[in-house]
Write a new protein. Structure first.
Lengths: 196, 214, 244
């Protein structure tokens, strides 16, 4: 469960947002809506715990550490997809043997070229390597900032399925997306307006 | 351990950085006889100091590479968010920097010393002082890299910030090597190394949290 | 008592209360510096070894003392701003850094000028001058980082961390420079061996030191108040002040 109370953030001489309130229960999704520059990324960073100059409260009740996937999704070009996944999971103490890692990558339609450095992959494929982490994480709260971008239609479909499975098992999802995601059209929305 | 392996794998697969540091060092050392004199009697006494300064410069120049790529692709954020102690990751990054930058120079030291007409026993003491002193350089360089990561500034900012802190290591290292291993300087250098290993990773971790919130 | 300290952390309180200090400091610094300058540069006796050029000491020594203590003050303010997240402490760090750098430059310049009549060269690598040079680079580092990182809070925090680390390293740097110097000390160097100074010399010296400090705090306070108004320009109390 994630709750935001009267969240305000003042950054670089302007208020990014003022007095935000929201509550997301297990099994629910929340979409952050706003134009470029309206503070979406900052809000995600606050929720993830990377940014702490704000007023108000962010409450993450008995959910452990959230999983944060931002614009830059932490895929190193010199390492292979398996090594990247291994490292990202190890950071949160969720190491797996190679079998589950390969299966997770396959779920996101990455079956070949797994032992090549990621420099050989396209942008969309690298994104899928990062997203494969979702299959193996035990985090209950997912913070996905623009996770659906840079993916083609099949990729978005897989991601939607994975997210819905997560919600069905009682997790919470907070995401932002420039494109409309039909499966989440009915999700609650939090609008951020850029203050001029 | 996984973190160290990751850093080393990245290093091994793109060794350009390490090779560049090496080439830089050899080039600068070659410039000195050209600029001053090829007379071995004048070069040899300067050798320890010159090689130490070149090592220091090479470490400073290579300092921000690995951290810059981690910041750019988002790995730094994930490292800050992870359950692993951040100070350990900073220490690992310093070790990786040492392996990629100082270790090649340390191994090259005999050749560099020969280029400056240094006698063998002095070269040995030079290498000993580098073994103790260069990790301190790497630890400070990683601190400097973390302070300047993500800033779109010239590459001269990091040296300006960190060079004053490297002066004690430079002085102690060169004194220890020049005096042929006088124990006082050796102990001081070792003490500085212990102090740096114990404190700098924590300072770097504090700065890492500041860096990702930019 | 803690609450009394806490009050001073608020920019509005600090601004209004410190206004009273300004004329006091201004008067004190003008008077004390004025007397010190007259006494030291004109009335005090010339040194029997160095002649009239010893008078540079009356500027160099206070500047050197102030340079070191201003770095310490900056680092302490930086520590306060890091631990208690006080904006006023951050503004204090930002405003004192250039002052400290200039004072260090003054110490370096006067030290160099003093060197010419004493040792024959404009620069000599003695322990004190070298330490002061490194101190200048420490100031320059904090200034450069602040400049590069912008005006955000994280920039302030990064510069503050650098200042604190600088303070912790300062003793190590000073010791190592001292060791380095004693090893390479040229035989003819005799600055450190001086007989005890008579009152007619340390009197004006003390006065100059106090005067320098008074001027330093005056300059810092003026800059700090200016910076506070700049930072809090959106708040009510500043808007009211502007309207008046």
């Amino acid at each position: 469960m994630l709750q935001i109370e009267s969240l305000s953030c003042f950054r670089q001489d302007r208020f990014l947002f003022k007095d935000l309130n929201a509550k997301v229960l297990p099994g629910q999704a929340l979409q952050i809506v706003g134009e470029n520059g309206s503070g979406k990324t900052t809000l995600f960073k606050i929720l993830a715990g990377l940014f702490d100059e704000y007023e108000g409260r962010v409450i993450l009740a008995d959910a452990g550490r959230p999983l944060y996937l931002g614009h830059r999704y932490a895929v190193n070009d010199q390492l292979t997809p398996i090594e990247n996944l291994n490292f990202l999971l190890k950071l949160n103490d969720m190491q797996q043997a190679e079998g589950p890692l390969t299966a997770a990558l396959a779920r996101f339609q990455l079956c070949s070229g797994l032992d090549q450095p990621c420099a050989a992959l396209s942008e969309g494929q690298k994104k899928r390597v990062a997203l494969a982490r979702l299959m193996l994480t035990s985090a209950r709260i997912w913070l996905l900032d623009e996770a659906f971008s840079a993916l083609d239609a099949p990729g978005r479909a897989v991601l939607s399925e994975v997210c819905q499975a997560h919600l069905a098992s009682g997790g919470t999802l907070i995401f932002s997306s420039h494109q409309g995601i039909p499966e989440f059209a009915s999700a609650a929305q939090l609008h951020l307006k850029a203050e001029l | 351990m996984t973190l160290l392996l990751r850093e080393l794998k990245i290093l091994l697969r793109s060794p350009a950085g390490a090779i560049q540091s090496l080439m830089f060092a050899v080039l600068v050392i070659a410039l000195f006889p050209l600029a001053i004199t090829p007379d071995p009697d004048q070069l040899a006494p300067l050798g320890i100091g010159l090689i130490w300064v070149v090592t220091l410069l090479a470490c400073l120049l290579a300092a921000d590479k690995s951290l810059a790529s981690d910041y750019a692709d988002g790995s730094l954020e994930q490292m800050v968010l992870s359950d692993y102690p951040l100070w350990w990751m900073c220490l690992v990054k310093s070790m990786a920097h040492w392996v990629s930058c100082a270790l090649p120079l340390l191994l090259m030291a005999p050749i560099l010393g020969a280029m400056l007409a240094m006698p063998l026993d002095r070269i040995v003491w030079l290498m000993a002082s580098l073994v103790l002193g260069s990790p301190i350089l790497s630890l400070f360089c990683m601190l400097g890299a973390m302070l300047t990561v993500g800033l779109n500034q010239s590459s001269a900012l990091l040296p300006i910030l960190i060079a004053p802190f490297l002066v004690p290591t430079l002085i102690l290292g060169t004194q220890w090597a020049t005096t042929g291993g006088e124990a006082f300087y050796g102990y001081m250098l070792a003490a500085l190394l212990c102090l740096s290993v114990v404190t700098l990773p924590f300072a770097t971790a504090v700065v890492a949290k500041i860096a990702v919130s930019r | 008592m803690w609450r009394w300290f806490h009050q001073w952390g608020s920019p509005k309180f600090f601004y209004h209360r410190s206004g009273a200090l300004l004329p006091v400091l201004a008067l004190a610094s003008v008077l004390i510096l004025g007397c010190g300058v007259v006494w030291g540069l004109l009335i005090a006796p010339a040194d029997y070894q160095q002649g009239e050029s010893v008078r540079i000491m009356y500027v160099h020594v206070p500047a050197a003392i102030l340079a070191q203590s201003s770095y310490a003050m900056m680092a302490i303010m930086a520590l306060i701003s890091l631990i208690w997240r006080l904006k006023i402490a951050d503004a204090a760090v930002q405003t004192v850094a250039p002052i400290g750098a200039c004072v260090t430059l003054l110490a370096l310049a006067t030290g160099s000028l003093w060197g010419k009549p004493m040792w024959g060269t404009y620069w000599v690598w003695d322990a004190r001058l070298t330490s002061t040079l490194i101190l200048f680079f420490l100031f320059a580092g904090v200034l450069a980082l602040r400049n590069a990182a912008g005006q955000s809070q994280s920039a302030g925090r990064a510069a503050s961390v650098l200042a604190v680390i600088g303070l912790l390293n300062l003793p190590i740097i000073k010791y190592s420079v001292d060791w380095w110097f004693t090893l390479h000390q040229p035989a003819s160097f005799t600055l450190t061996e001086r007989p005890a100074m008579p009152f007619s010399m340390w009197g004006p010296l003390l006065m100059m030191v106090v005067g320098f400090y008074a001027w330093f705090f005056l300059a810092w306070l003026i800059r700090l108040r200016h910076e506070l108004v700049k930072r809090e320009v959106r708040t009510d109390w500043v808007q009211q002040m502007i309207k008046q």
